[in-house]
Design a protein around this ligand. Structure first.
Ligand code: SAH
Ligand code: SF4
Length: 350
C-alpha cells in the first residue's frame, strides 16, 4: 500500500465527494460509493456494480478499500459472547466483542491498539500503548459485526466504545467514526444506540459536551476518593475527582443527558462502606446511574473480585441513599472477552 492512497473508510462524505469530483465524476457517484460502503457493506470495490467499470478501475488504482480480515474467532460456551481478532493494514491486531442479549446485539469496539492510561487491573492497560486507530479502523469494527449478523438475518442494535483504548485520547478519530456511523444516507446508526466510555479525560468530556450529539457517555470511576483512585487509575493524578465531577456537571447541564458511572468492584480495595458512602455523597442530586461490574481476572493484577456479601453491602449503601444503580452481569469470561480483558494477542488461544 502506498502511503498517499486514501483509505475509503477513512473519508467522510465531503472528502469522498471532493475525491470523485477531482476525477471529473458527477457528485452522485460519491452517493453511490457511500451506499456501497455503508449500506451494502461491500468488502471489494469489484462488488460496486452500479459504478462504471472505468471508475471501479480508477478506485482500485487510487484508493485503498481495506476490510480487516478475521484472524481468530472465539465463542463463549453459552453462545452469548463472541470475540474476533481483526488485523489492521499494518499487522496490528484488535479484539472486538459481540454480545447477544435476548432483545439486542451489542458490539464492543476499540479506539486504540493498547492504551496509554495504564489502569493496573485492565489487560489493555497492562499491554501498554501501541497506536491510535484511524476513524476508518474504528468504524470497520462495527461494520464487521453488522456484516456477520446480516448473514444470519439479524442486525446490530448497539455499539459501545468500551474495547481497547481511551476514546478521548483519540478524540478526533473517535468522533469522526461516530459521525460517519450516524450519517443518515449511510449506516444511519441511532445516536442513542452508541455509548462511549472514558477513564475521565476532562478536556475530552468538555469537548464532548459541545458536540450536540446524543451519544451516551459512561465514565470509569471505580473510586470516590482521590487516594484510592490515584492508585487504581493513574489518570486521576492528572484529572482528579473534583475536576472530573465539575466537567460532568457541566456535561449534564449542557446536554441534559444521564451519565453512567462504572465501578469495578475489587475486594477490600474499592468495595468498602466508606467508598460507597463517598460515592453516594459525590453523586447525590446528579443525573447519573451507577453500573457495578465484577472484576474480571487479568494476568497482571492480583486483586480479587468482591464476594457476594460485600457486593450486597455496597449496594445496600447506595440503595439507602437512593442512588440509581445496576449490577452488570459478567459475560464472555471463558474466552477473555469480558470488560478489561482485551489485548492485542498474536495467537488464537484464550
Ligand atoms: N478506556 C475507557 C474505555 C474502555 S472501557 C475506559 O476505561 O472507560 C473498559 C471498561 O472495562 C472500563 O469501565 C474499565 O474500567 C473496565 N475494566 C477494565 N479492566 C477490568 C477488569 N479487569 N474487570 C472488569 N472491568 C474492567
Ligand atoms: Fe485504558 Fe480503560 Fe483499560 Fe484504563 S480501563 S487501561 S483507560 S482501556
Amino acid at each position: 500500500m502506498s502511503d498517499t492512497k486514501p483509505n475509503l473508510y477513512d473519508l467522510n462524505y465531503d472528502e469522498l465527494e471532493a475525491l470523485v469530483r477531482r476525477w471529473g465524476e458527477p457528485r452522485y457517484r460519491a452517493d453511490q460509493i457511500w451506499t456501497w460502503l455503508y449500506q451494502h457493506l461491500a468488502t471489494e470495490i469489484s462488488q460496486m456494480t452500479s459504478l462504471p467499470k472505468a471508475l471501479r478501475t480508477k478506485l482500485e488504482e487510487q484508493v485503498v478499500h481495506y476490510v480487516p480480515p478475521i484472524v481468530a474467532v472465539q465463542e463463549s460456551i453459552d453462545g452469548e459472547t463472541r470475540k474476533d481478532l481483526l488485523e489492521m493494514v499494518d499487522g496490528e491486531r484488535v479484539e472486538v466483542v459481540l454480545m447477544r442479549y435476548i432483545d439486542r446485539r451489542t458490539a464492543c469496539i476499540s479506539t486504540q491498539v493498547g492504551c496509554p492510561i495504564g489502569c493496573e487491573f485492565c489487560a489493555t492497560g497492562q499491554m501498554g500503548f501501541r497506536r491510535d486507530l484511524t476513524s476508518g479502523e474504528i468504524l470497520t469494527q462495527v461494520l464487521h459485526f453488522e456484516r456477520e449478523l446480516q448473514a444470519q438475518g439479524q442486525r446490530l442494535s448497539n455499539v459501545v466504545f468500551m474495547g481497547m483504548g481511551e476514546p478521548f485520547l483519540n478524540y478526533d478519530s473517535t468522533l469522526a467514526a461516530i459521525r460517519r456511523l450516524m450519517h443518515p444516507q449511510g449506516f444511519n446508526m441511532g445516536q442513542r444506540r452508541m455509548t462511549l466510555s472514558t477513564a475521565g479525560i476532562v478536556p475530552g468530556i468538555q469537548r464532548f459536551s459541545d458536540e450536540g450529539i446524543q451519544v451516551n457517555l459512561a465514565v470509569s470511576l471505580h473510586a470516590a476518593t482521590d487516594e484510592v483512585r490515584n492508585d487504581l487509575m493513574p489518570v486521576n493524578r492528572r484529572y482528579n475527582l473534583d475536576a472530573l465531577f465539575t466537567a460532568l456537571r457541566v456535561y449534564i447541564e449542557k446536554t441534559n443527558r444521564q451519565v453512567t458511572l462504572e465501578w469495578v468492584l475489587i475486594e477490600e480495595v474499592n468495595d468498602t462502606t466508606e467508598q460507597a458512602i463517598a460515592l453516594a455523597a459525590r453523586v447525590a442530586t446528579m443525573l447519573i446511574h451507577v453500573n457495578l461490574i465484577a472484576l474480571n481476572p487479568t494476568a497482571g493484577y492480583p486483586g480479587r473480585r468482591s464476594s457476594p456479601e460485600r457486593v450486597e453491602a455496597f449496594i445496600e449503601v447506595l440503595e439507602r441513599r437512593h442512588i440509581p444503580h445496576t449490577l452488570r452481569l459478567r459475560r464472555g469470561i471463558d474466552i477473555r472477552a469480558g470488560c478489561g480483558q482485551l489485548r492485542a494477542r498474536n495467537d488464537a488461544t484464550a
